[in-house]
Design a protein around this ligand. Sequence first.
Ligand SMILES: Cc1cc2nc3c(=O)[nH]c(=O)nc-3n(C[C@H](O)[C@H](O)[C@H](O)COP(=O)(O)O)c2cc1C
Length: 237
Amino acid sequence: MNKDVIIICESIYHGNTMKLARAFSSRLQCRLITADEALLVDLKAYQIVGLASGIYFTSHHPKIMAIIDQLNVNHQTFIVSTRGRPYLGNYHAAIKDALANKGVEIIGEFSTKGYDCTGPFNLIRGGNIGRPNEKDQLKAIKFINEILPEYIRDLTAVPNGRNVAITSQCVGCGSCQAICPMNVFAITNNRAEIINEHECIHCSLCQRGCPEQAILIRHSARELIAIAKHHSRRKSL
Ligand SMILES: Cc1cc2nc3c(=O)[nH]c(=O)nc-3n(C[C@H](O)[C@H](O)[C@H](O)COP(=O)(O)O)c2cc1C
């Protein structure tokens, strides 16, 4: 588990921002908590704090803004949001001002469109349907790779010739075995073991479901094409 980075997210409307926050947390192998949970955490223990929420009436959620009180000049932060309108404009101005007042360094900011059916969007059955989508998530991952390359471990930590790996953080809880539709995992001696890697379809359910964030997956283009070929004639689970 990444001990330097923590992400705090309020995503009260459709869970749009939480989708991004989960992608970041999985990429960074770091803790992801709500603003209420953050009140119980000593944020001084972390060097980098990600602040994420939807945009509600032109700025971040008030609980995210309130967290800034707990930050200090030793912290660095990155700002994340999803919004209804097509362009970001000055929606990050309030949070940036508040961070500047506390002397907190901002190492990056990311915003994308999120599904929104407030007000006039109802005339068209909601705006930004399906957003953030896969493309947005890829952009988000690119952003995090760029601002925090030293914390991106998955590509380098998966041994050569393998696409899935289990780190020493595994406690053998069996979540991966229970959730994997392809029976890739077994639990042996209180640890997950990969017994069927050639069946893995990179759905990432194991990674998302692992409470210890102990599963690493390398999505190489070559492997993803091989998976499509391998399963092309399959007609059922
Ligand atoms: C109470 C409320 C106020 C909102 N205000 C704005 C706004 O000022 N500008 C905007 O672009 N979107 C606005 N939205 C749309 C949200 O920013 C958008 O749907 C966002 O993706 C929600 O994120 P969430 O699902 O993580 O809560 C608002 C939504 C709600 C519910």
